[in-house]
Ligand binder design. Structure first.
Ligand code: MG
Length: 456
């Protein structure tokens, strides 16, 4: 059977894979899955076609007899908050997250506010491909779409209520927000202001063409934002992706820090503030071992998971703990919801600064230094899996995690070798305390990969 959902929702190029009729039918399948009479909250980010795709989603859901509530423009975590806390049976977000501007897509949210698990995606796929759509009672077609009031107000209030507002206000922080011309402009700016911060924005107007930068926050796309942050002398800057669930943090010196680094200093802060919570965090194998090395001294257990935010979220729910996070900037604070939330993360960074009373750059400088090397070798998935086996054999005396490819821990280095989930590629990530050592290990792994790939 065909597959529609990738690692996080359905995505496609607008009017090529993602056409209006496809979206109506997909939403009809989603509506059939949730069932007649279900109350579903629907929202969208700024992306091209977002408004008509949202209407197409509503049409499909209503056909299946769902009662639709429209949130319209909102971040994915904002929608998730409203679904999880207001008794909805589910949610649908029209977004392609961090993909290039020509993409749009659909994320489906369960009643607890978290992305639906893979089994539910399979059920929707089977309804779609076998055309097992179930039309709703025609009486449900009248007044079946209603505007959902206060969705952003309530969400912002919830975030502000989870941090030490007075203490943060007293610190009078200056924050540069870069929402990538999308919906983070509606939420994170509000959160900063309500916490007494001075808000600056860059790429702050809503524009589906993303004129300011690529929707994915990376070292390359945030270069200008970092320069502006430094020039303005802000306490920190935050760069979101298009649906506002990721937050990459830039410090007062204009240095861009990956999500595993910012999450580590946040966890250190949360351990002190919430001694009642279990000292456990969840992150994908693609995060640096600096997380473990640094948090060990606080007695925090690091649980390594497969790559993919819905997987981390479900693990957090199952095992409980302080947080879940990804190196791409996703940070999950289960006191709000165990989902990635860029605005919540921003509020927590503000709280960290208010408690520490020092500059963010100094806090980041406490972390161990590692030199990263990332590379990839094109090959079919079967070959990539053979490489993983070979690497396991060669490094069998090292500590390793094998839930997603193989992550090997060394004395002053670590690396991850895994087949890409979406492309015919082997991905190699290496970090070592010494730059030449990182390069040497990466070269060696590439050589092993090529050798395995060239054998029959
Ligand atoms: Mg996203």
């Amino acid at each position: 059977m065909g597959r529609l959902f990738g690692t996080d929702g359905v995505r496609g190029v607008v009017n090529r894979e993602l056409t209006i009729d496809f979206v109506v039918r997909l939403a009809y399948a989603i509506g059939t899955f949730f069932g007649e009479g279900s109350r579903i909250l629907v929202g969208r980010d700024v992306r091209i076609g977002g408004e008509v795709f949202m209407k197409a989603v509503e049409a499909g859901l209503v056909s299946a007899g769902c009662k639709v509530y429209e949130a319209d423009l909102i971040t994915t975590p904002g929608l998730q908050y409203n679904v999880g806390y207001k008794g909805f049976d589910g949610g649908v977000m029209v977004t392609a997250s961090h993909n290039p501007p020509e993409y749009n897509g659909i994320k489906v949210i369960a009643s607890d506010g978290i992305e639906i698990p893979r089994e539910a995606e399979e059920e929707i796929e089977s309804i779609f491909f076998e055309q097992r759509f179930r039309p709703g009672n025609i009486t449900l077609l009248t007044s079946s779409v209603e505007r959902a009031p206060g969705v952003i107000d309530d969400y912002v209030k919830a975030i502000v209520g989870l941090v030490d507002r007075e203490r943060i206000k007293a610190r009078k922080l200056k924050v540069l927000v870069d929402p990538a011309n999308s919906v983070g402009a509606l939420t994170t700016t509000r959160v900063v202001r309500e916490l007494g911060g001075k808000v600056y924005t860059i790429n702050g107007h809503l524009d589906p063409f993303f004129p300011g930068r690529h929707p994915e926050p990376t070292v390359e796309s945030l270069r200008e934002t970092a320069l502006v942050a430094k020039a303005l002398g802000v306490d920190f800057a935050v760069g979101h992706d298009a649906d506002g669930d990721r937050a990459i943090i830039i410090d007062d010196l204009g240095r861009i820090h990956w999500g595993d680094r910012s999450a580590t200093i946040l966890v250190e802060h949360l351990v002190g503030k919430h001694p009642e919570l279990p000292r456990r965090v969840y992150t994908a194998v693609s995060s640096s071992i600096l997380v473990e090395e640094y948090l060990r001294k606080h007695g925090v257990e690091v649980v390594w998971t497969k790559v993919g935010s819905p997987i981390i979220a479900r693990e957090v729910v199952r095992g409980g703990g302080l947080a879940g996070f990804e190196e791409n900037g996703g940070f999950m604070y289960p006191k709000l919801l165990p989902v990635r939330d860029g605005a919540m993360k921003t509020a927590l960074i503000m709280e960290l600064l208010a408690y520490e009373n020092t500059r963010l750059s100094e806090i980041f400088d406490r972390l161990p230094k590692y030199y990263p090397v990332k590379t990839k070798v094109p090959m079919p998935r079967e070959k990539a899996l053979q490489v993983v086996e070979k690497v396991k054999e060669i490094y069998s005396s090292n500590r390793m995690v094998t839930i997603d490819g193989v992550k090997v821990f060394g004395e002053d280095y670590w690396f991850l070798v895994r087949p890409s989930g979406t492309e015919p590629l082997l991905r190699i990530m290496v970090e070592a305390k010494d730059k030449s050592k990182a390069e040497e290990i990466a070269n060696n792994l590439v050589r092993i990969a090529r050798e395995v790939a060239s054998t029959k």
